[in-house]
Design a protein around this ligand. Sequence first.
Ligand SMILES: [Fe+2]
Length: 238
Amino acid sequence: MRPSMQFFDIHTHILPGVDDGARDMGESLVIMKEAAEAGVKGVVLTPHFPYGGMDLDRVAGIFKELQEAVAARNIGITISLGAEIRFSHDLPALLSDRRLTINGMGKHALIELPPYDIPMYARDVFFRLMTTGITPVWCHPERCDEVIRDYTAVKEFVDRGVLVQINAGSLLGEYGRKVKGAVKSLVKNNLAHILASDTHRAGSIKDRLPEAFHCIEKLAGHHTAVELSFSNPSKLAS
Ligand SMILES: [Fe+2]
């Protein structure tokens, strides 16, 4: 246990049997216990949306089961429901169902853009979404080829109020040298707001989040590491 660490992990695939993340309740609970040991206080479950045949009501039911199991075992983590939403031009209409936003609050939505180029209409869609009161959280832009070529592509979005979530694994080199270079540039140039695990399996939170925290500390100082790992995500997760 690291008592000084108070992570809030807003991008995870721990909801059992919904996507390519945790396969059953047993695996979900193992990941939750590991998260607690790493100092995680709050977790947002963000299965890939669309869910592939599964509907929002069923996902909400599975979430409730996990919530009860976490409470019954006194794991000491607050969980909330969200989604990692695949980008499309009709996001504003889709998100009129606020259950897809983080914790159903209708304030933040985790959006995944394609891994190659940023779509021409992404700016327009993001800004239209903001006019409905929802702030887009662009997940792991450092894994996008266009951002790898030129990280400043993110700046226009950040300047307009889009939040940027980076993956712990990117900082630790798990997606390769180029992604690591891109994420370091984002952190050093104040173009990242939130650190998250994007975990799919056991073993990917316990050491990685604390190690990623220390990477940010080295790149941009202790205050920035605290903001990205604790302060900023806690505002979305609670
Ligand atoms: Fe994800």
